[in-house]
Write a protein that binds this ligand. Structure first.
Ligand code: 3H9
Length: 704
């Protein structure tokens, strides 16, 4: 490995280069090298100032997150020690930023005496997304430099800002102009500081904090503002407390408070879970048979077949990413309705102030509605998003096979049909892949990429690439009935229905699941998706159910009553005109109680704990089968599916991580108990049993 820190001289300025690929993480060897380079420069009478900059594509991604669990993060020089050394340096230290400067990679610059940046550099403190607070002075120095409210916004959202905005706010002192060299400009700034004798330090600033001291209500207001978005998360509130400490306490005390808070958060289960999700997202890009050298098709032109809710949402994903897309329908009226819906969706975003009217028009201009099926022939990717009907899909793929370019990707958005059977009607099954978007497709971040038996590595690699381009988290799964996501959803939703037959009510179950951290419970979700949709899926699945297995018919009865959910104002709950708030409905309760009677079930009080365990462990159990059957390569992929597809709370790391955290043996023993009482649906999966017996975890499981 090459040396992560180099030292060169430019006149009287010592130029320190950080070089720790791929992201210049501030790992122990880098910290040690930087400490030594600074010490050598301080000892050298010919050096009057320093410039710190980085090689590679970014300044730094911050602390090395992998060191958090090994204890190396605490080894000297720690990042706070190094940062103190920089701030206390009697010779000015100027930092030169490019690419990305986040986390510790932003905190280190905050302690320098001046900051120079290339326009477009992403600067910020994303620690909150890892379940921690910035732990190297970020919460103390940032508010001093840019003001309390902008600092709260940056730290609590974790979203980086660009260098131009950072310049406006006073975080960046100088932007590098076109044609200028970053390091040269930084050297000039360092020379000017030497000349003036100035050594400006963020810690000495108090003007912007004084303003905030006049408005003590600011923090409560901020807490109220984030309450919905941050529900259940600990770190956003810990961040606010640290910024509050910056305002109320002297610098060193504030810094100590931040450190204490950081150490506490770092060892919390929430942070472990959120770090797990960070690495899971990166791991999901590693797919069997696909390597860094696998060729991929760059998608420049897309087509979507079908402009219903799904097709329209998918077309929006392309337009949002700047990719021109054609959408087809067979009838003008359907096409008009679909385009109207797309326009309405964009207009709603404009009304919320999240999109400019101009951007809306330029996105709409990228979507070309057409009745001409053959016009999709020049697309790099065609996504079929028509009704879930095998015969129809086969017909479409036969037609596509005749007109698409030889290297075009032919994708189906089916949520349950056999991708191999669809691919088999074409002369090029290696070009066929499942791209299962989640509704609403323009909002939900999961993209289940279904690898058919013959799907080529190039097509998979292109699909993974595309998922990132359109802002989705792509997770590759194999072909099986309902794939991984919906397959795991069924036992979860099914247990919820059995529980209401046994004595619970939909509102109790939804409350328990909501309190666990999901945005809504299974009944609210059913009403949102439409009970007619669930009914149609059951028509397809039901014939395969072994008849000795229990079946709950309440959902069918609601469907027969015309209660389709939110769209009809009535489903599991009732809805007032124009509202999405579920209201318990006595009519549904009567139906449930009657059904229990008919089934001869004596209704009982059901504890919240039982509800949670029956629903969640059933889905974990199905996840274990999905892994065992090779449908998914790793448990963390299933965690991503649940976080991004169904809103499983991120701070619990996804269902498989959750199972590990409560103990696989506990999950297994509980399933065994449930199985004895409630029958075969709850039979523990062989992998769950194996892991429990061997003391294993899902995290460590690898396919044999
Ligand atoms: C912190 O700084 C704490 C301090 O406040 C206090 C300390 C006392 N560490 O994402 P990519 C790996 S907490 C270790 O594909 P991109 C990543 O796993 C930190 N490894 O690149 C991947 O490995 P692999 C706060 C890291 O260009 C490879 O680098 N910082 C780290 O799409 C490439 O990553 C953050 O939260 C890290 N910090 O995106 C920023 N970062 O190839 C975290 C990345 O083996 N990082 N790796 O899979 C990011 O958000 C993105 O990596 C970034 C680049 C936007 C920077």
């Amino acid at each position: 490995m090459s040396d992560p820190v180099r030292f060169d001289r430019r006149g009287a300025v010592g130029v320190i280069t950080l070089d720790n690929p791929p992201v210049n993480a501030l790992s122990l060897p880098l910290r040690t090298g930087l400490r030594d380079a600074l010490a050598a420069g301080l000892d050298d009478p010919e050096i009057e100032a320093f410039v710190i900059h980085s090689a590679g594509r970014m300044f730094s991604a911050g602390a090395d997150i992998r060191e958090f669990d090994t204890g190396v993060a605490g080894e000297s020089p720690t990042l706070p020690e190094l940062i103190a050394q920089i701030e206390d340096s009697p010779k000015p230290v100027v930092v030169a930023l490019h690419g990305t400067a986040v986390g510790g990679g932003c905190e280190l610059p905050l302690a320098c005496h001046a900051r120079v940046a290339v326009p477009g550099t992403r600067i910020g403190l994303p620690e909150v997304t890892l379940g921690i607070v910035p732990g190297a002075g970020g919460t103390q120095r940032l508010p001093r430099l840019i003001g309390v409210l902008p600092a709260l916004e940056a730290i609590v959202s974790g979203k980086p800002m660009d260098a131009e905005r950072a310049h406006e706010l006073g975080l960046v002192d100088e932007l590098v102009m076109d044609g200028q060299d970053l390091v040269e400009v930084a050297v000039e700034v360092a020379e000017r500081l030497v000349e003036s004798g100035a050594l400006p330090k963020a810690r000495d600033r108090d003007d912007l904090l004084a303003e905030a001291r006049e408005q003590p209500e600011l923090f409560e207001q901020f807490r109220a503002k984030i309450a919905r978005r941050a529900r259940g998360f600990e770190a956003p509130y810990a961040c606010i407390e640290c910024v509050e400490a910056a305002v109320q306490r002297p610098f060193d005390e504030g810094l100590a408070f931040e450190r204490e808070t950081f150490v506490r958060c770092r060892s919390s289960l929430q942070s472990k879970a959120q770090r797990h999700v960070f690495f899971a997202e990166r791991e999901a890009r590693r797919v069997r048979g696909v390597g860094p050298d696998t060729a991929k098709l760059t998608i420049q032109r897309a087509a979507v077949l079908g402009c219903g809710t799904m097709g329209g949402g998918i077309a929006m994903c392309f337009a949002n990413a700047g990719i021109p897309v054609r959408v087809t329908e067979s009838e003008q009226a359907a096409l008009d309705r679909g385009m109207e819906k797309i326009r309405g969706n964009y207009a709603a975003t404009v009304a919320k102030g999240r999109l400019s009217a101009e951007d809306m028009e330029s996105r709409l201009a990228l979507i070309e509605p057409t009745l001409d099926f053959d016009s999709v022939s020049d697309a790099d990717i065609v996504i079929e998003a028509v009704f879930e009907d095998m015969a129809l899909k086969k017909d479409i793929f036969t037609r596509l096979d005749a007109i698409c370019r030889p290297d075009a990707i032919m994708a189906t958005n089916t949520s349950s049909l056999d991708v191999d059977e669809i691919a088999a009607v074409t002369s090029r099954p290696e070009q066929v892949v499942g791209l299962h978007f989640f509704s609403p497709a323009n909002v939900m971040r999961l993209l289940e990429i279904v690898r058919g038996e013959r799907t080529s590595p190039e097509v998979l690699s292109s699909a993974l690439d595309l998922s990132r381009r359109i802002g989705k988290v792509g997770v590759v799964v194999g072909v099986c009935d309902a794939f991984a996501a919906n397959r795991m959803l069924y036992p979860y939703a099914q247990q919820a229905q059995f529980l209401i037959e046994e004595g619970a009510l939909p509102e109790q179950i939804d409350r328990v699941i909501y309190e666990f951290g999901f945005p809504m419970g299974p009944f609210g979700l059913g009403d949102l998706a439409g009970l007619d949709v669930g009914w149609r899926v059951r028509q397809h699945r039901e014939p395969t159910r072994p008849k000795h297995l229990r079946y709950s018919s309440i959902a069918d009865r609601l469907y027969e009553m015309g209660r389709y959910g939110q769209k009809t104002g009535k489903g599991w709950f009732r809805y007032e005109e124009g509202s999405r708030a579920p209201i318990p409905d006595p009519e549904v309760e009567q139906l449930i109680v009657r059904t229990s009677e008919e089934l001869g079930i004596e209704r009982r009080d059901i504890s919240d704990e039982e509800i949670l365990e029956r629903c969640l462990f059933a889905l974990v159990n199905e996840g274990a089968r999905v892994l065992d059957e090779g449908i998914s390569e790793r448990a963390s992929d299933l965690d991503l599916i649940w976080i991004y597809g169904y809103g499983f709370p991120r701070y619990r790391g996804g269902p498989m991580f959750y199972a590990d955290s409560v103990g696989v043996d506990h999950v297994y023993a509980t399933m065994q108990r449930f199985h004895e009482v409630h029958g075969d649906w709850l039979e523990p999966a062989p992998l769950l049993e194996r892991l429990a017996r061997e003391g294993g975890t899902f995290a460590d499981w690898t396919p044999s």
